[in-house]
Design a protein around this ligand. Sequence first.
Ligand code: FES
Length: 138
Amino acid sequence: MSNQTEQHQFIDASDTKDVPPGKMKHVEAEEKEILLANTDGKVYALCDRCSHMNAPLSMGTLNGKVITCPMHGARFDVTTGKKVGEPMAPDPSKFPEPIPEGLQKMFARSAEIMSKVKTYDQPTYETRVEGNRVKVRM
Ligand code: FES
């Protein structure tokens, strides 16, 4: 068996009952953080670190096949890993109460920095179900 084949073996990631339809789960394997997401009864696996600024996507929301990052709202299609929505910087002008000038400057600087950070498609991993186990190809 070649090294390349050994590097891409399916590893045991979860019991199927822990990833029911519409739910997500964070797992770790081979020094990678992986998001398992069940949409329409099929479990998909993506990198669980957002390609924008590393937030754990598994703490976001899953709506159909689209996951929204909990930190700045970038959106990704869990079936392909493709980015379908850009991150959004907080907009203090939409806050219900005025905020201090120092905080306004901090938000403005954060928005400027965020505008320079590119967001890419999420890496994905092949999955398969064997019995009641979800396997992910690493
Ligand atoms: S870390 Fe995910 S959108 Fe910013």
